[in-house]
Structure formats: structure tokens, C-alpha cells
Design a protein around this ligand. Structure first.
Ligand code: FES
Length: 108
């Protein structure tokens, strides 16, 4: 894992991501969920719900939010926070897009 920290890591081509559908990607032992937005921004979060570990890439997407498939918590994909009354957060990751290539940066 050490060698991937702070380096942009290629994860997908933009056309492989669909608006409204999460995509799971794995970097070493880290599993992320990518969510393409209407404006072609891509938001990336840890692919594990802060409640009981539901797989967020399988959730229902609504703009910048995803509803966990397990118990329907609503997670803000920009902040990584569960929306009240639920509490907890997931890690978020910086995404950069160069031409069609999507990169994320994993920080410690
Ligand atoms: S595991 Fe996500 S809401 Fe329960």
C-alpha cells in the first residue's frame, strides 16, 4: 500500500462509469466506489457503509448522495458523511480526470 500513497492512480475510463450507477474499484486492499455525476465530475468514497459495512457501490444513487443497499442510510458523497439523523462517515478521495482517464489519490 505504501507505494500508492499520494500518487495519482488510474482507476477507470470515464465512459466506463454511468451516471446513477456506482462502480467498485480495488487498489491493493482498498475498495472504493466511484460515482459519475451529471456534469462528469467523479466522486470517490470508501466502498463500505459506516453503519454495518454495506457495499455503497451497489446503492441507489441520487445526485451527490447514495442510499446504502442494506438499511437505506443516505451518504453524502462529497463530504462522506451520513445524513442526519444517521451519523458516521466514510473516507472520500480526490479524483482527477485527464482526458478520459480517471485517477484517484490515496492519502494517509
Ligand atoms: S449497512 Fe449501510 S445502512 Fe446499514
Amino acid at each position: 500500500m505504501t507505494q500508492v500513497l499520494n500518487e495519482p492512480i488510474y482507476v477507470a475510463q470515464l465512459h466506463e462509469l454511468s451516471v446513477g450507477i456506482g462502480k467498485k474499484v480495488t487498489i491493493d486492499c482498498l475498495e472504493l466506489a466511484l460515482f459519475r455525476q451529471e456534469n462528469d465530475d467523479v466522486l470517490a468514497v470508501e466502498n463500505r457503509c459506516p453503519h454495518k459495512g454495506g457495499v455503497l457501490s451497489d446503492g441507489i444513487v441520487s445526485g451527490e448522495y447514495v442510499f446504502c443497499p442494506m438499511h437505506d442510510w443516505k451518504i453524502d458523497l462529497r463530504k462522506g458523511e451520513a445524513v442526519a439523523p444517521d451519523v458516521g462517515c466514510v473516507k472520500t478521495y480526490n479524483v482527477s480526470i485527464v482526458d478520459e482517464a480517471v485517477y484517484i489519490v490515496v492519502k494517509e
